[in-house]
Design a protein around this ligand. Structure first.
Ligand code: FES
Length: 110
């Protein structure tokens, strides 16, 4: 596992997301209204919808395709839906966002 620097907190608008292209696939990095940062694989566990384009509310994101709600801190779908998408650890230090990946290769910053 390796921590990689992916940019500044202010690079992501509140309730928005940016995409990090990693060896694991696209990862959506979210910032919520409280400036907490979360990272999930950018594929909904339902049919692969782009979670980075979803609506962030509290500690969840609503998928733009069929409105499943996915927990930002675990990647798990809220009941009655079942399933989960990969969740990655993040931390913010002095305004810089760090993301923990199994493989530190990052193709580009989206
Ligand atoms: S693909 Fe996300 S709710 Fe269907």
């Amino acid at each position: 596992m390796a921590w990689i620097e992916i940019g500044r907190l202010e690079d992501i608008p509140r309730l928005g997301a940016r995409i990090v292209r990693a060896a694991e696939g696209d990862i959506a990095v979210f910032r919520n209204a409280e400036d907490a940062v979360f990272a999930l694989r950018d594929r909904c566990p339902h049919k692969g919808g782009p979670l980075s384009q979803g609506i962030v509310h509290g500690r969840r994101v609503t998928c733009p395709l069929h409105n499943w709600q996915i927990a930002l801190d675990s990647g798990e779908a809220a009941a009655p839906d079942v399933g989960a998408t990969a969740c990655f650890a993040t931390r913010v230090e002095e305004g810089t966002i760090w993301l923990e990946l199994a493989d530190a290769q990052v193709a580009s910053h989206g």
